[in-house]
Design a protein around this ligand. Structure first.
Ligand SMILES: Nc1ncnc2c1ncn2[C@@H]1O[C@H](COP(=O)(O)OP(=O)(O)O)[C@@H](O)[C@H]1O
Ligand SMILES: [Mg+2]
Length: 441
C-alpha cells in the first residue's frame, strides 16, 4: 500500500550511494546481478518491468492509456515550523520521505489504481513513456514503483545520455508545496524520443496524456505538436472508427515565460489541465504578446473561459483551484464546476495529477457506461462526460491530499465516500457562462 512510502532519510541514501564501489547503494546491487537486465529497458523497448515484451495491441479492453512525461524521485520534507533563514536551520518533526514522483508517474499510478479497484475485466492498460537512468538508484526506485503498480515503462532515454534520473526536493509547508528540482535526463527528453508510431498503432481507443509539459523543454515550440499531429494522422488512416483523445497538463513553467508554443497545441488537445496559478500566468503572458488583448471580466472564471475558448473552440480547459474547487471551460463558456470536498489537506503535492487521473477515469467510465457513442469518432466529449470526469477528479484528489506523497493511491473506500459528496452538476449554464452568478465559488 505504501509504495515508496518507506522512510529513506536523504543522508542515509547519500551515505549509501557514496559508500559502494560502483556508486549503487548496497541494497540495490542485487538488481545488477539478477535475471532482469534493466539496461535493456532503453530505446523504445516497450517492456513490462518484469522484462516481458509488452504487446500494446493485445487487449480486449475498450481503451489503452498512454501517459507521457516527466519522472522524478521526490524527497519530501514536511516543514511544520518556519522556513530556515539563509545560513540557518529548521527542525523537521518527521523524517524526510522518498517517493516516486513526476507528473506522469503520479497520474499513471493513480489511473492504474482506479482501473484496478473500479473496473471489471478486461482492464485497460496504462503505459508510461518517460525517461530515467536505470544505472542509478533513483532510476531503480522508479522501476520498482512501476513494477509494484504493474505499469509497463517505455524508457525513452537516449543511449548516450548519462545524466542521472531526475530528482527533486519537495517542501510541504503551510498547505502549499515548493520544489527544488534536478532535472537530469528529463532535461534532455525530446519529442523525437517518443515512439509515436507505436503509440498511434494502439488498436483500441486511445487516450494519450502528456504530463508536465513545462518541465520538458524538448516538447516546446512545435516539437510535441508535430508528434501529436502524426498520432492523429496515423489513427485517422488506420483506425477511423476508434476514438483518439489527447490531454495535457501544463505544470509550472520554471522559466516564467509561459509560452513554449502552448497556444499552437490547443487544436490538437481535447483537454488541457492546469491549476489557477498556471492559468493566470499563461493568460498574463499570452495577453502581453501582441495577438491577445486583455479584457476585464466580472469573474475570473469568465476570463479563463474567454481566453482558452479563443485558443480553440472545442478544446476543454480544466482549471483546478486547490481548496476553491475546479471548473471546466469550453467555447468561452463554463461547462461544469465542482466544489472542494475536504477542507484541510495533509499534503497537496500532486493534487493536480491525482485530479487528472480521476478525471480521465471518470470520462472513460462514462463512455463505457453510456449507450451512445460506443464507436465512431467523437467530435467532442459531451458535457455529461465532462461532469463525470469532474466528479471523479475532485473525489480522487480529495482522497489523495489526505495522504502524504503524490504517487500513493488512496483507498477505494475513501474515493467512494467522496464520490457521494461530489456535487450534482448545475443547470442551466446561461449564455454568459454562469449557471448562477452567485455560485462562483
Ligand atoms: N487544500 C486543499 N483542500 C481541498 N482540496 C484540495 C486542496 N488542494 C487540492 N485540492 C484538490 O485537488 C485538486 C487539484 O489541486 P490544485 O492545487 O488545484 O492542483 P495542483 O496540484 O496542480 O496545484 C483541487 O481541485 C481540489 O479538488
Ligand atoms: Mg496547488
Amino acid at each position: 500500500m505504501l509504495g515508496w512510502g518507506c522512510v529513506f532519510p536523504l543522508t542515509f541514501l547519500i551515505q549509501q550511494y557514496s559508500s559502494t564501489r560502483n556508486g549503487y547503494p548496497r541494497q540495490l546491487q542485487s538488481y545488477f546481478s539478477g535475471s532482469v537486465n534493466y539496461k535493456s529497458l532503453n530505446e523504445h523497448t516497450m517492456v513490462s518491468v518484469d522484462g516481458e515484451q509488452e504487446n500494446t495491441a493485445d487487449t480486449d479492453a475498450e481503451v489503452t492509456f498512454h501517459v507521457v512525461g516527466d519522472a522524478y524521485v521526490d524527497f519530501f520534507s514536511f516543514l511544520d515550523g518556519e522556513w530556515p533563514e539563509s545560513g540557518g536551520d529548521s527542525r523537521l518533526d518527521q523524517p524526510v520521505k522518498c517517493y516516486a514522483g513526476g507528473s506522469s508517474v503520479n497520474t499513471a499510478t493513480h489511473l492504474k489504481a482506479l482501473i484496478k479497484n473500479f473496473t471489471e475485466e478486461p482492464k485497460p492498460k496504462v503505459i508510461l513513456h518517460t525517461v530515467l537512468n536505470p544505472d542509478d538508484h533513483y532510476g531503480q526506485m522508479l522501476l520498482d514503483h512501476a513494477d509494484e503498480h504493474d505499469i509497463p515503462i517505455d524508457n525513452c532515454r537516449r543511449d548516450d545520455d548519462n545524466l542521472s534520473t531526475g530528482h527533486c526536493i519537495a517542501i510541504v509547508s503551510g498547505g502549499e508545496r515548493s520544489f527544488m528540482t534536478h532535472q537530469g535526463v528529463v532535461g534532455n527528453f525530446g519529442a523525437d524520443d517518443l515512439d509515436v508510431d507505436k503509440i498511434a498503432k494502439t488498436s483500441t481507443h486511445l487516450h494519450l496524456h502528456i504530463a508536465g509539459f513545462y518541465n520538458i523543454p524538448g516538447f516546446w515550440n512545435g516539437k510535441l505538436k508535430r508528434k501529436l499531429e502524426a498520432v492523429r494522422e496515423i489513427r485517422k488512416e488506420m483506425y477511423p472508427d476508434r476514438n483518439t483523445t489527447i490531454s495535457l497538463v501544463t505544470q509550472h513553467d520554471a522559466t516564467r515565460e509561459w509560452d513554449g508554443g502552448l497556444s499552437d497545441l490547443f487544436p490538437l488537445l481535447d483537454f488541457v489541465f492546469m491549476n489557477d496559478l498556471e492559468a493566470r500566468s499563461i493568460i498574463r503572458c499570452g495577453c502581453e504578446s501582441s495577438k491577445n488583448k486583455r479584457i476585464e471580466f466580472e469573474h475570473e472564471h469568465m476570463q479563463w473561459a474567454d481566453y482558452f475558448g479563443r485558443q480553440h473552440p472545442t478544446s476543454n480547459a480544466i482549471v483546478t483551484r486547490a481548496e476553491k474547487g475546479s471548473v471546466a471551460l469550453r467555447g468561452k463558456k463554463i461547462l461544469s464546476k465542482q466544489k472542494p470536498i475536504v477542507m484541510n489537506s495533509i499534503d497537496p503535492t500532486g493534487a493536480g495529477d491525482s485530479f487528472t487521473a480521476g478525471f480521465i477515469y471518470g470520462l472513460w467510465s462514462w463512455r463505457s457506461s453510456s449507450t451512445q457513442q460506443k464507436t465512431g469518432i467523437d467530435e467532442k466529449w459531451p458535457t455529461e462526460a465532462i461532469e463525470e470526469g469532474m466528479r471523479w477528479g475532485v473525489s480522487v484528489a480529495s482522497a489523495a491530499v489526505m495522504i502524504r506523497g503524490a504517487s500513493i493511491p488512496p483507498d477505494s473506500t475513501e474515493i467512494k465516500k467522496f464520490l457521494e459528496q461530489a456535487i450534482e452538476p448545475e443547470y442551466p449554464v446561461f449564455d454568459n457562462g454562469y449557471s448562477q452568478i452567485s455560485s462562483c465559488y
